[in-house]
Design a protein around this ligand. Structure first.
Ligand SMILES: Cc1ncc(COP(=O)(O)O)c(C=O)c1O
Length: 450
């Protein structure tokens, strides 16, 4: 076959393209996702489109749960709704046996609507309206309190329904990782956690059942979990002795990293992110060291991004190519920060839908918004991309389809590759009616002439 002619060119060299292993993170192309050609997705669902894999979600969940449950006898997992609360995704998690972990009344209602019983919901978060606390208490949810004002609110809620209800407390502590996540929950070191327990145990309407923490997110050091387990078990023991009660559950939250590339990290995730087993070992081994065999409480993990991030992609298309005045190559694509809030902290992997020839250049990828902040990828090393080229951005499974916003454009479809290889639309693209549905025009504003 005759080789394609490539016009000779002089290329300005830019430092910093290669990392020390001589590879560029962004270089590469892919013609399919799990065997399905990229064009099939855009033909069927349009562009852009989010794609999730049922198989990869289940596999990853099973890997984490089986490792955890093989090490700790009362291992439980609860799906962090905010990571991805599409009904189809939550249904997979619930089929696998995960309960629901919610952080707002909206998420609580969404879990209930999907059929999760109240007593299989963990209700976390710093803001729980009193009406939703009443419902949660009536339905037997595990409510973890965040602060003293919420504690008083919880007492009022329980009193108003004439019940004495179990609660947990969220705690924070120094785990050796800085900046410390101290804004959620009661601090252990300054005794506020213990004081909260005292207050609960003296209450006529509340009693303590559990201790919860979530020490941070995208944690890169498993040792932080060792510290957390030690401190939480020590607190549990102090409470049990002092108040002669048994703590029913401990909850170590989420926070295990995915294989996304955090901005500011030099090494690729394959090098900088420890395997998830190391985090589970840190939790489970420390629990076995610290606990006596006759006092094993239920232990929950609320792992989010580590389960689902790699099971998701975004397919987007190049709409225009532009050279900036300083010579930088730039592309405008049809998905921006409206859909990709996570671009604030990640350098996604960028793959092209086919092999393209030509001089690779450091390029900026802009979204379609008429906003200066709409930068999806600050620097991708790419060959010249013809208009219409599809880019596959990943990992995309976590936090995008919950943190996206309807700003000047409709939110696109989300497709799922089912275990049998078929494709399902699990969220259709939005329409004008979806967006204007809640609006109302006062009578006097209904007419105008231009
Ligand atoms: C209380 C709680 N649990 C679980 C998670 C899931 O965290 P991740 O996705 O880092 O595993 C979060 C996320 O911030 C959280 O706030």
């Amino acid at each position: 076959m005759k080789k394609e002619y490539i016009k000779p060119y002089i290329k300005k060299q830019t430092a910093g393209i290669m990392n020390k292993f001589g590879v560029s993170y962004n270089k590469g192309h892919r013609e399919d996702i799990l065997g399905i050609p990229i064009g099939n997705f855009t033909d069927k669902f349009g562009s852009p489109v989010f794609v999730l894999s049922e198989k990869l979600i289940r596999e990853r969940y099973r890997k984490i749960y089986s490792h955890f449950s093989s090490k700790y006898p009362k291992a439980k997992m609860s799906w962090s709704y905010k990571t991805n609360y599409l009904d189809a995704v939550c249904s997979i998690m619930h089929q696998e046996g995960e309960t629901a972990e919610v952080v707002s009344d909206f998420e609580y209602q969404k879990a209930r609507r999907l059929g999760v019983p109240g007593n299989k919901i963990i209700y976390n978060g710093p803001y729980k309206p009193i009406e939703s606390l009443k419902v949660a208490f009536q339905e037997g949810a595990m409510v973890n309190l965040d602060n003293f004002d919420e504690l008083i609110k919880a007492e009022d809620a329980a009193k108003s329904i004439n019940k004495k209800v179990p609660v947990g407390i969220r705690v924070n502590m120094d785990t050796g990782v800085y900046p410390q996540w101290s804004r959620f929950g009661f601090n252990i070191e300054n005794n506020s956690a213990f004081n909260a327990v005292k207050r609960i145990q003296h209450s006529e309407n509340l009693y303590l059942e559990g201790i919860h923490c979530h020490i941070g997110t995208f944690m890169l050091d498993p040792n932080a979990y060792r510290e957390a387990v030690k401190k939480v078990v020590a607190l549990m023991r102090k409470i049990e002795i002092m108040f002669k009660i048994n703590i029913k559950y401990l909850d170590f939250g989420g926070g295990f990293p995915s294989m996304n590339k955090l901005k500011g990290t030099y090494l690729p995730p394959e090098v900088s992110v420890p395997p998830v087993e190391e985090f589970i070992d840190a939790v489970a081994d420390t629990l076995l060291e610290e606990l006596k065999p006759d006092e094993y409480p239920d232990v929950y993990l609320e792992t989010g991004r580590s389960i689902i991030d790699e099971a998701g992609w975004l397919i987007t298309s190049v709409d225009a190519v532009k050279r900036l005045p300083d010579g930088t190559k730039s592309y405008i694509i049809d998905a921006g920060v409206n859909l990709l809030y996570t671009s604030t902290w990640y350098n996604y992997k960028v793959e092209i839908d086919r092999e393209l020839h030509g001089a690779y250049e450091n390029s900026v990828i802009y979204g379609p918004l008429c906003m200066n902040i709409d930068v999806v990828v600050e620097s991708a090393f790419l060959p010249p991309l013809p208009i219409g080229t599809r880019l596959i951005l990943s990992p995309m499974g976590a936090y995008n389809v919950t943190q996206w916003m309807q700003f000047i454009r409709y939110r696109p479809a989300v497709a799922m590759i089912m275990e049998d290889g078929s494709l399902e639309e699990i969220r259709r693209p939005e329409t004008l009616d979806d967006v204007v549905g809640p609006e109302r025009i006062p009578e006097k504003l209904k007419k105008f002439e231009l």
